[in-house]
Design a protein. Structure first.
Length: 403
């Protein structure tokens, strides 16, 4: 290699590194503004450990792009000195599309930078249909949503999809979705090709966990677990605003923890004695919809002892499972979704007491357990958070499928 070629390689490497640093700092600014609401240039420089000039240049670039704006009010950030002009996100300056694949239902929403839904569509789908049919339906709904919302495509950053089962986010592949019969489905690439938008997919419960970390009860929290139950049971774990996936993207499959080693019921996974066989909705009713759970709860409130006993048993087993989870992970907060959020008025008192009684030492007394703030929208907001993380917030994002 000649000296000139060597110098050129060094120069290109330096330029690439500088570009990565600028991109990292840009995303870090946006992430701080999302978490804090607003900050001054000086405050951003201090928190990012960069020079005042670097912070100013970053803010100026974001102002030019319309992603941030100067707040009308200045704030004192110390006991002395002049008040500092505050910089804040412009929520509707950009949007993403969140897609939640539920139990026979597709929910798709246009979501802004702070997790607010601008427009949404819901449609049933046939769980027994071929994967090609369902992915085409998803793509058609996305295109319909874009058309109905009149969103400027230049302000549309990408798509996030929450899918069931094991998801390889790096490759954009739904590896195994037992409820749908999907195996190794390149869902990200299919939707990118159909919509010409970068698409990132994630396990649906992990997506909900990220949504809670970005926009819900997990803001400012180091460690969060989101537990979702309906036909199945799964958990999403977020540490320092990043999803923990595990070695083979199997982290959080708490529903398949074996709790009855001998003589347990057969689980949907093929094993026996799984936690899911004790605390999922089919334990209570053959109707897997929210209406089915409402019927059981209504019977319990009307004095039906069998319904009351069944709900109490599920809540107690759930509390024991969460106590074990607290002992293992020691999160700051556990957010409940699906049937557990829907029936929170009945479940929560029993769950909280069981966790306090069963967790080691006083760990159960310190953890916060609460239903998701987003109700039935937890899935689409979580999916949108996945897209936002990939495109603008996460300084070390998982690659999505890009055009």
């Amino acid at each position: 290699m000649s000296i000139n070629q060597f110098d050129l390689q060094i120069a290109m490497h330096t330029i690439t590194n500088l570009s990565h640093v600028r991109q990292h700092n840009r995303k870090a600014v946006l992430r701080l503004l999302l978490a804090q609401g607003s900050a001054s240039r000086a405050g951003l420089a201090r928190q990012l450990n960069v020079s005042a000039m670097t912070a100013t240049n970053l803010v100026n670039q974001l102002l030019e792009e319309g992603l941030v704006a100067v707040s009308k009010e200045a704030v004192h950030e110390g006991k002395v000195g002049r008040p500092h002009t505050q910089i804040a996100l412009v929520p509707d300056s950009r949007h993403v599309i969140g897609v939640h694949i539920g139990i026979g239902t597709l929910k798709i929403a246009l979501v802004d930078l702070t997790g607010n839904i601008a427009h949404s569509l819901t449609a049933p789908f046939d769980k027994t249909a071929a994967a090609e049919h369902t992915t085409q339906q998803i793509a058609t709904l996305i295109i319909q949503l874009i058309s109905e919302s009149h969103i400027d495509r230049t302000r549309l950053l990408g798509i996030g999809i929450g899918a069931s089962g094991i998801v390889d986010t790096e490759r954009g592949v739904n590896v195994f979705a037992p409820s749908l019969g999907w195996h190794d489905l390149p869902l990200g690439a299919i939707i990118t090709a159909a919509t010409q938008l970068p698409t990132t997919i994630e396990n649906n419960v992990r997506a909900m966990a990220l949504g809670a970390a970005y926009f819900g009860q997990g803001v400012g929290i180091d460690a969060l677990v989101f537990l979702y139950g309906r036909v199945g049971v799964g958990a999403g774990i977020v540490v320092n605003n990043r999803i923990f996936r595990g070695q083979q993207a199997g982290a959080g499959e708490i529903g398949h923890t074996v709790v009855v080693p001998f003589g347990g019921k057969t689980c949907s996974c093929g094993n026996t004695g799984c936690l899911e066989t004790l605390i999922a909705q089919p334990v209570l009713t053959d109707d897997p919809t929210p209406a089915g759970l409402n019927t059981v709860i209504a019977r319990a409130h009307a004095g039906d002892q069998a319904a009351c006993d069944s709900l109490t048993a599920v809540a107690t087993q759930l509390g024991i499972a969460l106590a074990n989870l607290v002992n293992t992970l020691n999160p700051h907060i556990i957010v409940l979704g699906g049937m557990y959020a829907q029936g929170a008025a009945f479940f929560l008192p029993i769950v909280r007491q069981t966790v306090r009684d069963r967790a080691f030492a006083d760990l159960g007394a310190k953890v916060t357990i609460a239903p998701t703030r987003f109700g039935a929208n937890a899935g689409v907001i979580g999916a949108a958070a996945v897209a936002l993380a990939a495109q603008i917030y996460d300084t070390q994002p998982t690659r999505g499928n890009r055009v």
